[in-house]
Structures are given as structure tokens and as C-alpha cells.
Design a protein around this ligand. Structure first.
Ligand SMILES: Nc1nc2c(c(=O)[nH]1)N[C@H]1C(S)=C(S)[C@@H](COP(=O)(O)O)O[C@H]1N2
Ligand SMILES: [Mo]
Length: 224
């Protein structure tokens, strides 16, 4: 089995992200996904309404930008494209040319995708993993999964989709935050097979320091 350049398989599927120090966010009693931006008016879609859309199962590897890959994950959910066409497109401002989406999670996490990447046929709104409801640590009640992009695109606990007609700039609170984030800022496409890890840093430069972080991740996720 072949992995994308610079990736190594780990045992199991680690919980990972900007949130590691924080507990899994609480899921509201009636979870919803808010849609706003270039729509006629912001609105909320109850996660339960996803049941009306077609479903898809998919086996895929999951690649974190730091270099670990979880292999052979079995996802189930609604194709993101089907959701977008059924729910978002009819609500767009007439004439709006959508270029990007900002996805937000219940923990405040945000990621940016081009519309083209979001509508790829293997992008899912996943609510099941390995035959069971999506567990909290992996993004309950519903998360995005985009297997051909680095994991940072695959927003967990999806709570908001912002529809954009130009590439959005995510505002950062502190100056240090802004400096660090501009250095390690996400690649606008984030395709794993092209090794598009970051916007400004070449992949070869980050491979080695990242590798040092994989050991602890792999140990944490090892079972038994
Ligand atoms: N809401 C939310 N989604 C997130 C993150 C996060 O911190 N919060 N981290 C991202 C990163 S960097 C990775 S690698 C994957 C990790 O997914 P996992 O915790 O299911 O392994 O989630 C992505 N989605
Ligand atoms: Mo990641």
C-alpha cells in the first residue's frame, strides 16, 4: 500500500488538532449547521435533516500535515457535493460566484477550502466511522472528510459554513498568533499527493521537525 510523499502510517487513528489540550466540545441537543455568507439570509440546517440526502460509504486513508497517516478508515455519510447542491446552492444570492468555503467547528476551529476541492466526489459529511456513530474525539455529530487533502481541511464538529465569493482571510487574535500562523499557514489546496503542506514553507523544510511529533502521537493512539 502506498502513502503520499513524506507520510508514515501510524497504529490506529489518533485524536489530533489545534484543540489537543481541550476536551471534546459538547454537542447541542439539536445540533445544527449554520450557513451564512453569500446566501440571501443566514439559516440553520438541523444535522438530523441530513438523513433526507443520499448516503455514501468510503474507505480512505487520513493524512495529517505533520506526517502521520491513519490507514483504511471506513467513513459513512452524505457526499458534501450533494449537501451543497440541495441545501446551499438554492439559497445563494442571485449571481453570486462562490469561490471558497470557511468551515467552522463547535470548538471554534476553522478551515478554508476552495469550492472546487469541497465538491470533489470523495468529500463527505461523515457521521459514522468504522461502523459506529462518529465518536466525540473524531468530530461528533458530523465532520467533513476530504481524504486527498491534509487533515486540517477536514473540520470536525461542523457547526458553520460560510460561503465566500473571494478567498477569505482568517483573522487572528494576537500578534504572535498571526506570526506563527502566517509561517505555518495552510496551503490553499492542501493536496496530499502534491505535498502541498503549507502556503509559504516548502515541504522538505517541515518534514523533519514534524517527524519528531509523530512518535508521541503514535504512542498515544496505540491500543493495548
Ligand atoms: N473542529 C476541529 N476540526 C479539526 C481539528 C480541530 O482542532 N478542530 N484539527 C484538524 C487536524 S490538524 C487534523 S489532522 C484532523 C484530525 O482528526 P482526528 O482528530 O479525527 O484524527 O482534524 C482536523 N479538524
Ligand atoms: Mo493535522
Amino acid at each position: 500500500m502506498q502513502l503520499p510523499p513524506g507520510q508514515r502510517a501510524v497504529e490506529g487513528f489518533p485524536r489530533f488538532g489545534a484543540h489537543l489540550s481541550r476536551p471534546v466540545p459538547d454537542v447541542p441537543d439539536v445540533p445544527q449547521v449554520e450557513v451564512r455568507g453569500a446566501v440571501r439570509a443566514p439559516f440553520c440546517v438541523p444535522v438530523a435533516d441530513l438523513a433526507a440526502l443520499p448516503r455514501r460509504a468510503m474507505t480512505a486513508d487520513f493524512h495529517c500535515v505533520t506526517g502521520w497517516s491513519a490507514v483504511g478508515l471506513q467513513w459513512e455519510g452524505v457526499p458534501f457535493g450533494a449537501f451543497y447542491r440541495a441545501v446551499v446552492e438554492p439559497a445563494l444570492v442571485p449571481g453570486a460566484v462562490v469561490t471558497h468555503l470557511v468551515l467552522r467547528g463547535l470548538d471554534g476551529y476553522r478551515s478554508v477550502l476552495t469550492l472546487e476541492d469541497a465538491l470533489a466526489e470523495d468529500v463527505l459529511l461523515a457521521d459514522r466511522l468504522d461502523g459506529a456513530p462518529l465518536p466525540g474525539e473524531h468530530g461528533a455529530p458530523v465532520r467533513v472528510v476530504s481524504p486527498r487533502q491534509y487533515g486540517y481541511v477536514s473540520t470536525k464538529h461542523l457547526s458553520r459554513i460560510e460561503v465566500c465569493t473571494a478567498e477569505p482571510v482568517l483573522l487572528r487574535r494576537s500578534r504572535l498568533d498571526r506570526l506563527v500562523m502566517s509561517l505555518i499557514s495552510a496551503h490553499p489546496r492542501a493536496r496530499v499527493w502534491q505535498e502541498e503542506r503549507h502556503r509559504h514553507l516548502p515541504a522538505w523544510l517541515v518534514r523533519l521537525p514534524y517527524r519528531a511529533t509523530i512518535g508521541p502521537v503514535a504512542r498515544r493512539s496505540a491500543r493495548g
